[in-house]
Design a binder for this molecule. Structure first.
Ligand code: IVH
Length: 723
């Protein structure tokens, strides 16, 4: 495909080398949105939808583009953050020492490179003797930071986005491996870090219990551990058999030992569980021997591990090595290869999503891969079935997939498995290539691959053109509308959506809110339906009525506008403050020129693709009609910032430019927002304040030209009184 003019393809399909600055910018925005979405699924919903390898590939592509175009790096982009921001519901705790992640090594040579890099960085040549490095299992759970003062546990915090985590103290205290009081002589302040996990047997017993009680089962021990720790009721956490391995530390008022190995032994003396497989090695070959040994014993371990972590043993060397963006230079995670198995592709099923996307799913002859029974695999889109990847390159050697084929499944980590190979020798002579449907299997409308107007390239996704007449799209939209992070209507789940839709009771969101009034007039009352009674009907109406007033960000998210997830909905709510202002701005931005359009694109974190999706949504007359009907019933509340009342920058638009020395861009943004300010990426006459650090260039000049107040970073701290 690379013989095509790169500009005529979607940015996702262009190789990094071919990206122009414009397409690179669009691609960075797209990747930021996609990675943020996967981070949220993984960290907040414990429900990842792609494999670790695919995720790593997205991050790698992002990094490659950033390396090629350093000027285009987004301040809010993936390299600026680790994981997803904390979920609401728990108090937040700012980590005094950030909780970072680890770089990955995928083979023995990567490990040799790592040790070589460390030696070069330290100018530690072989004549200076052995460079000791520890090796220990990488536990597949979730990390936790425990702060002790005077030997007593003061709080426990999850990693969150690395800078701020969730306060899960009450829950952590229910875990037996987490001491409330430490033994022996302990420095005044210590933060112990490690992994919360669930043992295999406990996981199976828990799932059996959940299933017997009619509840949802967890896909794997990691999700079970995460879901159990992040319960709002600590009694629930207490009933879940969680465990904890200590392997690192954060803030320490004093470091009693000078090696990793020594410190970990001390953690055991203080009362923590440490991993018994940890070894200190003096050569790369020893490290690799430990790795392969652990890999072999993996199946016998009672907990999931996904690799081996190597750490430079001497703490003074760790200190000298320091960090690069999100990971330490002195450590690396050597990942285990993904697990694979052969099975039969029984069928290809097409699912239709909220936006009409026809998503093919492989229906497999169930097979156990790495201890998990797999019966579905992701097929992404029709090119993927044909054996052509998103980048236009052949995948599986360009072999297409046909129902009946014998296929190799790969499961990496805990996510949806992939098909990585086809055994053509086993294909029967009469097997026909799979014809991807050109009509929606649900409503029979034409399903098309839209052409990108600018590039002339076909979208990878085929979409049903039925819009609201397509029951699949309509019900998926309704399911999204009532879901937990949108309207969150209790007792109105997928089952109710399907049943009410089928019986013409609720076809569009507004009808949810007219259900009670119509029920009063109706002869076939809800309470008389099968599975319903007077109490459950009353409860449902109450739950619906309780949502007639709703936070603006939830309202925006509930609309299901493409590319507008929870994070973007929050940004929009904060930027516009009220529904009226937001809606008026979206309509005014419709021509994609002018002030309203510029303002929308200037919101830090809202990229071009999101902006386009928003104005397209508002330009569609049937969306406006539905909105009008919905707003007859529901009132979005103005976004307000309680913490910010009385703040000198509340409601102001602030731009940070130049290099900041006391905080990262993210911290600056979070801080400004905490004090009620809006942060924008560019200076205009709407800007109230510019905070300029050394090296500020065109933005500073523009601020001076426009007579906008300019202050230094110190001035900012003085102004908000956060010194
Ligand atoms: S050390 C500064 N050791 O892996 C680095 N991490 O990808 C501190 N993990 O967030 C981490 N087992 O949740 C370390 N033995 C181990 C680990 C481990 C699991 C997790 C941890 C961390 C992630 C990094």
């Amino acid at each position: 495909m690379s013989n095509q003019n790169p500009e005529s393809r979607p940015s996702s399909e262009i190789s990094v080398a071919e990206l122009s600055p414009e397409t690179a910018k669009a691609e960075l925005e797209r990747l930021a949105a996609e990675i943020a979405d996967h981070d949220r699924r993984y960290h907040q919903e414990d429900a990842p939808s792609i494999s670790d390898a695919e995720y790593d590939a997205l991050r790698r592509r992002n990094l490659e583009i950033e390396t090629r175009y350093p000027d285009l790096v987004l301040s809010e982009g993936p390299s600026a953050q680790v994981g997803a921001a904390p979920a609401s519901g728990f108090g937040k705790i700012a980590h005094r020492v950030p909780m970072l992640s680890l770089d990955n090594a995928f083979n023995d040579d990567d490990v040799r490179d790592f040790v070589g890099r460390v030696r070069r960085f330290l100018k530690f040549d072989p004549l200076m003797g052995a460079l000791a490095v520890t090796a220990e299992p990488k536990i597949d759970g979730l990390s936790l930071s425990l702060r002790y003062e005077g030997g007593k546990l003061v709080y426990a915090a999850t990693r969150g986005d690395g800078a701020t985590g969730e306060n899960v103290t009450a829950n952590a205290k229910t875990i037996k491996d987490i001491p409330h009081t430490l033994q022996g002589t302990v420095p005044d302040v210590i933060e112990v870090r490690g992994e919360v996990y669930m043992a295999h047997q406990d996981f199976q017993a828990l799932n059996a219990r959940m299933e017997a009680n009619g509840g949802k089962v967890f896909a794997n021990p990691r999700n079970a551990a995460a879901g159990s720790l992040r319960q709002l009721k600590s009694e629930i956490t207490a009933s879940r058999p969680l465990k904890f391995f200590a392997y690192a530390w954060g803030e320490m008022s004093e470091l009693p030992k000078d090696t990793q190995n020594g410190m970990v032994a001390l953690l055991a003396d203080w009362g923590f569980q440490i991993n018994p497989l940890m070894k200190r090695c003096e050569t790369v070959e020893d490290l690799l021997a430990v790795y392969h040994g652990i890999e072999e014993s993996r199946a016998q371990l009672d907990y999931d591990i996904d690799g081996v972590v190597y750490k430079v043993d001497r703490l003074d060397l760790q200190e000298r090595l320091g960090f690069v963006s999100r990971s330490p230079r002195w450590a690396i995670a050597h990942k285990f290869p993904a697990e694979q198995a052969w099975t039969v592709l029984n069928d290809i099923e097409i699912q239709v999503g909220r936006t009409g996307a026809l998503t093919p799913v492989a229906k497999l002859e169930p097979i156990t891969v790495g201890g998990v029974v797999v019966s579905n695999a992701t097929l992404h889109n029709e090119d993927y079935i044909k054996g052509i990847g998103q980048d236009g390159e052949p995948i599986r050697g360009g072999k297409d997939l046909r129902p009946g084929d014998t296929v190799k499944i790969q499961r990496a980590g805990d996510v949806i498995p992939q098909i990585v190979d086809v055994d053509l020798d086993k294909r029967s002579a009469d097997a026909e290539a799979y014809a991807f449907p050109v009509r929606c299997p649900i409503c029979n409308s034409h399903a098309v691959r839209e052409e990108n107007e600018k590039t002339g390239r076909k979208d990878a996704i085929r979409r049903c053109t039925g819009g609201l007449i397509c029951p699949a799209q309509a019900t998926e939209k309704l399911k999204h509308f009532v879901s937990r992070n949108a309207f969150d209507i209790e007792g109105f789940g997928d089952k109710q959506v399907d049943a009410f839709y089928q019986d013409d009771l609720v076809k569009v969101p507004a009808e949810i809110f007219t259900l009670e009034a119509r029920d009063k007039q109706s002869l076939t009352k809800l309470r008389n339906r099968e599975g319903w009674g007077a109490v459950s009907a009353k409860n449902l109406f109450e739950a619906i009525n309780a949502r007639r007033e709703i936070d603006l960000n939830r309202f925006i998210f509930a609309l299901g506008i493409r590319h507008v997830g929870e994070g973007n909905a929050k940004l929009l709510a904060r930027a516009y403050g009220s529904w009226e202002t937001f809606a008026a701005a979206m309509e005014a931005a419709g021509e994609q020129t002018g002030e309203a359009w510029t303002d929308l694109n200037d919101i830090d974190g809202i990229g071009h693709i999101v902006a386009e999706a928003l104005v397209e949504f508002f330009a569609e007359s049937h969306n406006r009609e539905q909105l009008a009907a919905l707003l007859e019933e529901v009132t979005p509340k103005d976004a307000e910032n309680i913490e910010a009342s009385g703040s000198p920058v509340a409601g102001k638009t602030v731009v940070f430019t130049g290099s900041l020395e006391r905080m990262t861009r993210d911290e600056a943004k979070a801080m400004a927002e905490r004090f009620g300010a809006k942060v924008s990426g560019s200076v205009s006459k709407k800007t109230d304040l510019v905070v300029a650090g050394p090296g500020a260039g065109s933005k500073l000049k523009k601020a001076q030209d426009l007579n906008v107040d300019v202050i230094s970073e110190d001035g900012w701290f003085d102004l908000v009184g956060a010194n």
